[in-house]
Design a protein around this ligand. Structure first.
Ligand code: NAD
Length: 358
């Protein structure tokens, strides 16, 4: 039996995770899967109940689970709190506590939604990229860091960009493995013309490539990678990069699709245990109105089944069902276009469940 922990979180989190779990139930029934679902609190909802964004009980449940499905955290109610007590700290605590070092961010543009992008439809229609970002190292975590006063009274801010060989190797391996399961092409992004850390990055990735002769490896400097992403994004299959470059490039890739309500993500540890969540936030402006798009969370369930539970067939069925509801021209408000039928959160969930049942 596999255990899935659901952390609905705040804002639209409870509405969208409810639909995602109905979809999980539908594939459980169809493919006879033995999956137990439990629930926990994180973020603002945990602050209300326990006074902290990541209660011990939630962390224990997360450690015991094979995979975690998260809605979203945060909202104006908790914005006044000091950094350490904010809802977002709950997320960071989960990522660090579970050692979720590999962040997988697919940027997929369903042909039915090509008009949603700000780029020309022919440039982005059918786009299917997977960006793999290192999540627990690099300049965001390097020490020493801070702001210090110089002798002349001027202040100086400083951070440290550092990666160990072992950190590069494990994210590289995750990327080669993912490329092998997809189109067989991997592009590693660095700044090896300027930064020594990424000279090492490139060396380690080249070394790893010998173990993956079936994967075609290329390298790009990050500035060129950013240009290529908006010039001709369909040239990419899987991209792998460090924490900071990945932060920026994955948001850029997400925006190519123009529909943030459609994008899932995964953060994995070395054993493919993972936390799955939509790329978007808790959308407090539309929370509780039954109008949020649940598809990113539903597609996060597909990723969860594929990467952590090894249930590729069930994952395929969910992705096919999402494509089918788009073919039926059903749209939530955020992806609505002329000639389509606007549906609410629950109706979108109903349609995906019906498509799975066939
Ligand atoms: P957001 O993604 O929540 O919302 C941006 C815009 O997109 C809003 O207009 C919102 O209504 C819309 N939107 C987002 N998801 C949608 C969906 N599924 N369906 C329809 N429309 C959708 O980003 P924000 O407004 O910058 O942040 C709001 C809160 O979410 C903040 O507290 C922020 O800290 C938090 N946040 C959480 C996460 C996370 O939990 N991983 C990520 C980003 C932001």
């Amino acid at each position: 039996m596999s255990k899935v922990l659901v952390l609905p979180g705040d804002g639209i989190g409870p509405e969208i995770t409810t639909e995602a779990i109905r979809v999980l139930d539908a594939v459980k029934a169809k493919f006879d899967l033995d999956i137990e679902v439990d629930y926990g609190l994180v973020g603002g909802s945990a602050i209300e109940e326990h006074g902290c964004p990541l209660p011990v009980e939630t962390m224990e449940k997360a450690r015991a689970a094979d995979a975690i499905l998260l809605g979203a955290v945060g909202g104006p109610k908790w914005d006044h709190l000091e950094m350490a007590r904010r809802p977002e700290k709950g997320l960071l605590g989960l990522r660090a506590g579970l050692n979720l070092f590999a962040n997988l961010r697919p940027a997929i543009l369903y042909p039915q939604l090509a008009e949603a992008s700000t780029l020309k439809p022919e440039v982005v229609s059918g786009l299917d990229i997977l960006i793999i970002r290192e999540l627990t190292g690099g300049i965001y975590f390097g020490e020493p860091r801070g702001v210090r006063a110089l002798e002349n009274g001027e202040k100086e801010g400083f951070n440290t960009y550092v990666y160990r060989e072992s950190e590069i190797r494990r994210i590289g391996r995750a990327a080669f493995e993912a490329a092998r399961k997809r189109g067989g092409r991997l592009c590693s992004v660095d700044k090896a013309n300027v930064l020594e850390v990424t000279v090492l990055w490139r060396e380690v990735i080249e070394e790893l490539a010998k173990e993956y002769p079936d994967v075609e490896l290329s390298h790009l400097y990050v500035d060129n990678a950013a240009m290529q992403l908006v010039r001709a994004p369909k040239q990419f299959d899987v991209m792998v990069t460090g924490n900071m470059f990945g932060d920026i490039l994955s948001d850029c890739a997400a925006m190519l699709t123009g529909s943030i309500g459609m994008l899932p993500s995964a953060s994995l540890d070395e054993n493919n245990k993972g936390m799955y969540e939509p790329v978007h936030g808790s959308a407090p402006d539309i929370a509780g109105q039954n109008i949020a798009n649940p598809l990113a969370t539903i597609l996060s369930v597909a990723m969860l089944l594929r990467y952590s539970l090894g249930e590729a067939e069930a994952a395929d069925a969910i992705e096919a069902a999402v494509s089918s509801v788009l073919d039926q021209e059903l749209r939530t408000g955020d992806i609505m276009s002329e000639g389509c039928r606007q549906v609410n959160t629950r109706q979108m969930g109903d349609a995906v469940v019906a498509a799975i049942a066939g």
